[in-house]
Ligand binder design. Structure first.
Ligand code: SF4
Ligand code: SF4
Length: 99
């Protein structure tokens, strides 16, 4: 029996696009790809280019990839609309009446 040792992967479609890269700022260091616990992206075969988004549906928006990036603005985490609503404070502390 012969075993095909060639590795391959296919991108899976997802409605969300949690990560976007700015290819002008990214230096292709792959720190983001290495730190991601669920392998949302893989290193780009082309050296110096941003990683390839492979399984966007697996992202759980931990933000580790953004925090580890040495180039500000090279990677952006796009939270789903439902999550963004929770970022808005329902009440500001200065609005509270002083007793
Ligand atoms: S936010 Fe977290 S889960 Fe999503 S791609 Fe970045 S490191 Fe991976
Ligand atoms: S960590 Fe930042 S600079 Fe490095 S590959 Fe990822 S996005 Fe690009």
């Amino acid at each position: 029996m012969t075993v095909d040792k060639e590795l391959w992967a296919v991108r899976t479609p997802a409605s969300a696009r949690p990560i976007t890269f700015d290819s002008d700022r990214c230096i292709g260091c792959n720190r983001c790809a290495n730190i991601c616990q669920v392998d949302v992206f893989i290193p780009n075969p082309e050296k110096g280019k941003p990683p390839v988004l492979m399984w966007p549906g697996e992202c759980y928006y931990c933000g580790s990839c953004v925090m580890v990036c040495p180039r500000q603005g090279a990677i952006t985490l796009n939270h789903p609309l439902m999550n963004r609503a929770k970022f808005v404070p329902s009440r500001r502390p200065e609005d509270d009446p002083v007793c």
